[in-house]
Design a protein around this ligand. Structure first.
Ligand code: GLP
Length: 246
């Protein structure tokens, strides 16, 4: 991957990864108080969000003028459903900051027209001037947001059918796999790629194969995260467990 501008930061632990990612976000918000952030859900960013909350409490970093866009939302779950991503964001980040909820955007999983909702989401992003800084996790199959393998690099916010693997991986948050939604609204590959800066966090043994593929594989729509190699300002922060594929 000789042309790749992708930066890799290796850290020992998940805590180190969380601190490193939080530092980038906090410094960016301090520099530009009306920053537009791209946010993610899942286990990976939880530690980073805790660091941002701790910093907000200790150092008064303000999010009053920050706008946020989340990557995705399950179809069929209302914002107050305990497994919706809207609920996740409120519980794990927003309610602990001085951010204005009307400045936090998450696709509406209950929209009757996913096509319309997708187009509207793209318009809202453009209206804010575009995403400045995007945090990303990675699925074991290389998915980013809910862009499953095969997602065109040109795709925009849209309805996506989840793979069985992804539903199984996320079943740990539900009572049973039957409760895991079959579809999601997700930012597209191009939506993510348009962010001015992207930080991906990769932690734990379950991500080691994906990390290896990212470092050694081809740039291909079959492995969505590989798009980062084409981005001019993307960084992967990875911990030791995720670096050591067996
Ligand atoms: C979900 C989310 C992704 C996330 C991925 C990994 O499918 N849609 O945005 O990156 O899972 O999640 P985790 O960080 O819990 O491993």
């Amino acid at each position: 991957m000789t042309n790749s501008a992708l930066k890799i930061i290796e850290v020992d632990t998940y805590q180190g990864l969380s601190l490193a990612a939080a530092k980038i976000f906090i410094e960016a918000v301090r520099k530009k108080p009306n920053l537009v952030l791209g946010l993610a859900t899942g286990s990976s960013p939880l530690g980073m969000y805790q660091e941002m909350i701790a910093d907000h409490k200790q150092n008064n970093t303000s999010y009053e003028h920050v706008r946020t866009f989340n990557l995705d939302e399950y179809v069929g779950l209302a914002a107050d459903h305990s497994q919706s991503y809207a609920y996740f964001m409120y519980e794990n980040l927003f309610k602990h900051l001085d951010i204005l909820l009307e400045n936090t955007y998450i696709p509406n999983g209950l929209s009757e027209s996913p096509d319309q909702e997708g187009a509207l989401y793209e318009e809202k992003i453009i209206a804010t001037g575009g995403i400045d800084l995007q945090i990303l996790g990675i699925g074991a199959n290389g998915h980013i947001a809910f862009n499953e393998p095969g997602s065109p690099f040109t795709s925009r916010t849209r309805l996506m059918e989840l793979t069985e693997d992804t539903r199984e991986a996320n079943a740990r948050f539900f009572n049973s796999i039957d409760e895991v939604p079959t579809h999601a609204l997700t930012s597209g590959m191009a939506t993510i790629f348009d962010a001015r800066e992207i930080v991906m966090i990769v932690s734990g043994k379950s991500k080691a194969e994906a990390m290896k593929q990212l470092l050694t594989g081809e740039i291909s729509e079959d492995f969505p995260a590989s798009i980062l190699h084409n981005h001019p300002n993307a960084t992967v922060i990875v911990d030791r467990d995720a670096l050591n594929a067996e």
